[in-house]
Design a protein around this ligand. Structure first.
Ligand code: CMP
Length: 175
């Protein structure tokens, strides 16, 4: 099971120094602080305060160290991730890596079609992640204006890249 899933369901303890713990999303965190943080995320810029409040209720924020495995190709996945700080690399194929920067998201494919993770994603640096679990993903789509369209656009780009990559691999193999 993925690292974040295990932290979310409590089957591994959070780092005692808080490095792996949920950040600003525990019971003590002030709702207003969480909303202020979400306001800075470009994906949520069209959201009303009420919508941001709903997102703050369903999202959790995690800090993970560099080199953490965030998704593993071929495994089941139950979370959608948005990078708040740091960078992560998507290992699309042995030859192709894509770097994701703050504001980018990943993990949407398995939530949309229920299939296994299409790629391995690893933290390149310490990363702060906003994480939404499967059961709240539909709520997220309801609350964030334009998110469905953004997801579709990003998915189209990723499919094109995957096809181009497969074509290059076929050509290199002389097929
Ligand atoms: P998912 O399949 O759930 O888990 C792995 C994630 O990697 C996938 O969702 C996408 O979010 C992301 N991903 C897959 N292919 C690419 C790509 N070519 N470029 C960027 N991200 C990708």
């Amino acid at each position: 099971m993925e690292l974040i899933s295990r932290m979310m369901d409590g089957s591994i303890p959070y780092d005692t120094e808080g490095r792996l713990g949920p950040v600003s999303s525990g019971p003590g965190a002030k709702q207003e602080d969480r909303i202020e943080r979400l306001k800075e995320v470009p994906l949520f810029e069209g959201c009303s305060r009420r919508q941001l409040r709903s997102v703050a209720r369903i999202a959790r924020v995690f800090d993970v160290p560099a080199e953490s495995l965030l998704t593993r190709a071929g495994e089941a996945g139950d979370e959608f991730f948005l990078i708040l700080d740091g960078t992560a690399r998507v290992e699309v194929s042995p030859e192709k890596r894509v770097t994701l920067h703050p504001g980018a998201f990943f993990g949407e494919m398995s939530l949309l079609d229920g299939g296994p993770r299409s790629a391995t994603v690893v933290a390149d640096t310490p990363v702060r992640l906003l994480v939404i679990g499967r059961k709240h993903f539909a709520d997220l789509l309801d609350q964030v204006p334009g998110l469905t369209l953004t997801l579709l656009t990003t998915l189209s780009r990723r499919v094109r890249q995957a096809e181009a990559q497969a074509e290059r691999a076929r050509a290199a193999a002389g097929l």
